[in-house]
Ligand binder design. Structure first.
Ligand SMILES: Cc1cc2nc3c(=O)[nH]c(=O)nc-3n(C[C@H](O)[C@H](O)[C@H](O)COP(=O)(O)OP(=O)(O)OC[C@H]3O[C@@H](n4cnc5c(N)ncnc54)[C@H](O)[C@@H]3O)c2cc1C
Length: 420
């Protein structure tokens, strides 16, 4: 029976970064993913969508600029280096980021296994047993990075299907909005990307498109240099030591540092609406309604009647829609394939898993489980972002190999004197 040093569950950017940073020979690691090949949020792959993070914060560069898996090496390898520089951009599109990740995945193919949906994990005879649809694997350690769970408003749950769905759903791939009354719930970046593509009739010309948002406006991402100090290793290391209530408050107040709208995108959207309203008059009817909360849904004819609370007037507003797309984000929940081992985990008073500084779960068993993108409550706002993914992977790689392969502690303080 073969026992891997590590099995990684999920091959999104986070585990791909770890796969790229782990030593190729000394570490017998395998990463599993349910998809048939690498892809990145395909349902939301719009041509006008850009990364909200610098391309230098790729899978490896911040901890190993000499790595063969860097974005710059990708550009060089595919013969685009000079042309890319001529584009004079600080960020790349999501299409480019996905292509780069695919290129890395191809290079690492001997340690990645696709078409492998993990159904169940057991702890047996001092090892993990990982059961996929076709095979069973054994490993001494796990790294769980299978992504968060879709957040669905409770009133929408009974109606989920072809007409009411979360934005990250297969329905987005074959969407037809022709002549439809469309409601988009959520004014984060995904919500406005669907709105903008919708009003440009990417999915056929809709009758009308309404976007509602619980927030009081469409707000730009806060990417000021001082705000961005929170996306540094030094900040995260100090933040980790704070008490839980302080951490929760701090993270909540920083929402716009991670969940705001890309400023240039907002500007472009506004400019398009301006031209439309005063000169063109070609788009479907558009309404953007902030300070609104979806409270109830009732079937009406072939569509639905939506009860929406206006958070300013406190009145209920009724809206008819044929299609409801929920750009309502994600929540962090323990994946169901871990059900058989979740009693070994330790939890805080809010029933959230306790994650150590080095991304190991606190457990009652000797074997290590690392978790990525489950620790916003402990490591702060950077946790779900790509900004520090390579740094986190480097910490895990060091821990796994029991030596300092990568330098992860940065002695230089942040410019803001947060902690002393
Ligand atoms: C549209 C979108 C754009 C984003 N853009 C940015 C950005 O610009 N900058 C930024 O910092 N962050 C961004 N984020 C946030 C975050 O960086 C991404 O969500 C990122 O993909 C998280 O990586 P991940 O590896 O944790 O998860 P994912 O990319 O979600 O990958 C998880 C993988 O696990 C697989 N999987 C799930 N369950 C199983 C199972 N049971 N068995 C096997 N495999 C399984 C899935 O198929 C998937 O391939 C974005 C998020 C979204 C949704």
């Amino acid at each position: 029976m073969k026992i891997y040093d590590l099995i990684g569950i999920g091959i999104g950017p986070f585990n791909l970064s770890l796969a790229a940073l782990l030593p190729q020979v000394e570490c017998d690691a395998l990463f599993l993913d349910d998809k048939e090949k690498f892809s990145w949020h395909q349902e939301l792959m719009f041509e006008d969508a850009s990364m909200q993070t610098s391309y230098l914060k790729d899978l490896v560069t911040p901890v190993d600029p000499t790595s063969q898996f860097s974005f710059l090496n990708y550009l060089n390898d595919v013969g685009q280096f000079y042309h890319f520089l001529n584009t004079d951009r600080k960020t790349i599109t999501r299409i480019e980021f996905e292509a780069y990740c695919k290129w890395v995945a191809d290079k690492l193919e001997n340690r990645l296994e696709f078409n492998s949906k993990v159904k169940e994990v057991n702890y047996t005879h001092g090892n993990f047993e990982i059961i996929t649809e076709n095979k069973t694997f054994y490993a001494n350690k796990l790294c769980v990075a299978s992504g968060p769970k879709k957040n669905i408003p409770p009133c929408a749950k009974p109606f989920l299907g072809k007409k009411i769905f979360h934005a990250k759903s297969k329905e987005m791939l074959n969407l037809d909005l022709t002549d439809k009354k469309v409601l988009i719930v959520g004014g984060g970046q995904t919500g406005i990307e669907i709105l903008r593509n919708g009003i440009k009739s990417k999915w056929g010309k809709a009758h009308s498109i309404t976007l509602i948002s619980g927030r009081d406006n469409l707000r730009p991402l806060d990417e000021g240099p001082f705000t961005n100090e929170v996306f540094t290793p030094n900040f995260v290391e100090n933040f980790y030591e704070l008490d839980q209530v302080t951490k929760d408050d701090f993270t909540k107040n920083l929402l716009l540092a991670s969940d705001g709208n890309t400023p240039e995108y907002l500007q472009e959207l506004y400019n398009e609406l301006y031209l439309e309203k005063f000169y063109k008059d070609q788009m479907p009817e558009v309404k953007i309604s902030p300070s609104r909360w979806l409270e109830d849904i009732n079937p009406k004819g072939d569509g639905y009647e939506l009860c929406i609370r206006n958070l300013l007037s406190h009145q209920i507003e009724l809206l008819d829609a044929d299609i409801v797309i929920m750009a309502t984000g994600f929540t962090r929940e323990i994946p169901s394939y871990l059900n058989n081992i979740k009693d070994y985990f330790k939890y805080d008073e809010n029933n959230r898993i306790i994650i150590k500084r080095d991304y190991r779960l606190e457990t009652k068993i000797p074997n290590t489980i690392y978790a990525m993108n489950f620790s916003m409550h402990m490591h702060g706002i950077a946790d779900p972002q790509t900004s520090l993914m390579s740094w986190r992977s480097a910490i895990i790689a060091n821990n796994l190999m029991e030596k300092e392969i990568y330098k992860v502690h940065q002695p230089r303080a942040t410019f803001l004197n947060f902690f002393n």
